[in-house]
Write a new protein. Structure first.
Length: 277
């Protein structure tokens, strides 16, 4: 590689890093604003509408030291698209196995009411719990969208080691190790979504077997950790839920910052159809 090419590569990396930092700062401000609005203004629960029972119910699981407010905008977006969404918070500070027990009952109940399996969207720690639920009750789960899942745990949980859940998130804890040793059920589709500049996730696409037809990988360009739950990502989530994004064998790179009116997302299935495959 020539010196000029190396300089150009460094410039591109710095430019991408600058973009990511801007996106993360903007996402952090929005997240804080959502939580303040939720605390001081309150929020009515979304009522599940019978006319939406033709679609899978959706459960959204927020990240660590967050609350339902972090996913309020996603909840509103999916509600407007005609989905029944359960965005109830869970006690992240408790034993995560206790959290699994509580959510298991809600998901089974949703299946009984709607007659359909659920889709689960989890961010960060919520993504770990979503994977655990799919492994525990695969007959009640259709799809899991795991966003920024700490596949090997996270050293960032060290400051909260005094909490049971904090210890469970540490890389050397058995909770994460045991969970990722469980074969992911073939009847559930798993979409693993990571940002290309996420400092909280050191191992990306490492622990789920490559080549499995039901496991799909998406790398979001110019994104970190918090920016993966902002409105720019919502079209990808909608396309996964509605079946437009079929996934594929390779890691798919998604650019949410493109000009959407002139450069729509092109997914692997689109390319296959265009080539006559």
């Amino acid at each position: 590689m020539s010196i000029r090419m190396r300089i150009e590569k460094v410039k591109n990396l710095l430019q991408d890093f600058h973009t990511v930092m801007g996106n993360e700062i903007r996402a952090g401000k929005k997240n804080v604003s959502r939580h303040f609005r939720h605390v001081f203004e309150g929020r009515d629960r979304k009522i599940w509408r019978p006319e939406n029972f033709t679609r899978n119910p959706i459960f959204t699981l927020h990240g660590y030291m967050q609350g339902e407010a972090s996913l309020m905008d996603l909840e509103d977006f999916l509600d407007e698209k005609g989905f029944n969404v359960d965005n109830t918070p869970y006690p992240f500070y408790r034993d995560l196995r206790f959290v699994e027990d509580r959510l298991t009952q809600r998901i089974i109940r949703a299946h009984e009411i709607t007659g359909r399996r659920s889709d689960i969207i989890g961010h960060s720690t919520g993504a770990l719990i979503a994977v655990a639920l799919a492994c525990r009750i695969p007959e009640h789960v259709d799809k899991v969208i795991s966003i920024a899942i700490p596949e090997s745990g996270s050293e960032f949980a060290i400051p909260v080691w005094f909490l049971q859940s904090g210890r469970q998130l540490l890389p050397w804890n058995n909770y994460v190790k045991k969970l990722l040793k469980i074969p992911f059920p073939e009847e559930v589709n798993l979409y693993v979504v990571h940002g290309n500049w996420d400092p909280l996730v050191t191992h990306k696409f490492s622990f789920f077997p490559k080549g499995a037809k039901n496991i799909h990988r998406v790398l979001v360009k110019s994104s970190g950790h918090l920016s993966l739950i902002e409105s720019e990502i919502f079209p990808l989530i909608y396309d996964i839920l509605s079946g437009r994004f079929k996934g594929g064998d390779e890691v798919f790179e998604y650019d949410p910052w493109r000009e959407k009116d002139t450069d729509p997302a092109v997914y692997p299935a689109d390319l296959k159809a265009a080539s006559g495959g």
